[in-house]
Design a protein around this ligand. Structure first.
Ligand code: ZN
Length: 323
């Protein structure tokens, strides 16, 4: 096989189709649930536990069924101190909202547990930059071409409701290695550079296709904690595509985990050159594998390996409820 300059093998469609999910750390599960399900109006699609630490919740928010590219997830460790922003992390999680909705959002965030930081324009998109209750920085970017159906379960109309991710912004000391990975094996196109900010886009992702990199050569390393992103997951169609990409990454020298069953998708993880933890996850099987679409998010769901200690898990998890 020959690789073209933009990483598309023999002109085939790239294996990566944009973002799958973003996972971050929070300090209070109820405050986290309130902010993402009520203030931002995402659907609470899954209440489960951190499979590697089952005494902690893993909360998933997204569109009606949690399609890849809409899914924001949290490990809320009660009392977790705030982390510190810096290089080697996803510094901004970008959500897509309709054109003309930013005034609505500024008011709603400032009066519902969050804080508006700035507003601006980047690569032709107007956006508001804001923080959640833990200080996680997110952007709401106007995206008039976004055709995704929003979840309308909160008191937010379709002319303002979040569509899903627009993309992520990585903060890196030096973009070189990560840019090579994105435009090489991951098949992203370089869209442009404005000062220290460079934009990349997955050419076959209708939505959630953006990766921005902001370079901060003198920056300090980020420290994990509440309000920081733990990892970003990219999306492949199925397990065959995941195996193929895993082989390519391994051949290129990346230290990639084995395929891990996350119940709702299969995942592999590796450290990207700029220090950000990348995951690549499958579309299959999705969040309706253990609850009906109507019931999503209403029961504590446990993977088979933790079901036998359900009683113990339920006794240590703090009670949370969608009011
Ligand atoms: Zn993940």
């Amino acid at each position: 096989m020959t690789q073209t300059s933009n990483g598309h093998v023999n002109g085939e469609t790239p294996l990566v189709k944009g973002l799958h999910h973003v996972t971050a750390i929070a300090s209070d599960p109820q405050a986290n649930l309130d902010f993402y399900a009520k203030t931002l109006g995402l659907r609470f699609v899954k209440k489960t536990v951190n499979f590697d630490d089952p005494g902690t919740y893993h909360l998933y928010f997204g569109d009606a069924v949690g399609h890849p590219g809409t899914v924001m997830t949290f490990f809320p460790w009660l009392g977790m101190p705030r982390g510190e922003g810096g290089i080697g992390e996803v510094g901004v999680t970008q959500f897509a909202v309709p054109e003309g909705s930013l005034d609505f959002w500024k008011h709603r965030i400032d009066t519902s547990g969050g804080r508006v930081l700035t507003e601006g324009v980047g690569f032709g998109e107007r956006h508001v930059l804001a923080e959640d209750p833990d200080g996680l920085t997110f952007a709401l970017a106007e995206r008039p071409t976004d055709g995704r159906e929003p979840w309308l379960g909160a008191d937010i109309n379709a002319d303002a409701a979040v569509r899903g991710f627009n993309g992520v912004t990585l903060t890196l000391a030096d973009k070189t290695g990560t840019a090579e990975l994105l435009t090489g094996l991951m098949g992203y196109d370089h869209i442009g550079t404005q000062g220290r900010l460079s934009r990349y886009r997955a050419p076959h992702a209708a939505d959630a296709g953006i990766v921005d990199i902001i370079e901060d050569p003198a920056g300090r390393h980020a420290h994990q904690g509440a309000g920081r992103v733990h990892h970003v997951a990219f999306n492949v169609d199925d397990r065959a595509a995941q195996r193929e990409l895993r082989d390519q990454l391994t051949a290129a020298g990346f230290n990639v985990t084995p395929v891990i069953d996350r119940n709702y998708f299969w995942a592999i993880y590796f450290r990207s050159p700029g220090g950000v933890l990348f995951e690549v996850s499958t579309n299959e099987p999705g969040f309706t594998v253990d609850e009906t679409e109507e019931e999503l998010g209403t029961h504590l769901k446990l993977p088979p390996q933790h079901e036998r200690i359900r009683g113990k898990i339920e006794s240590v998890l703090p009670a949370i409820a969608l009011s």
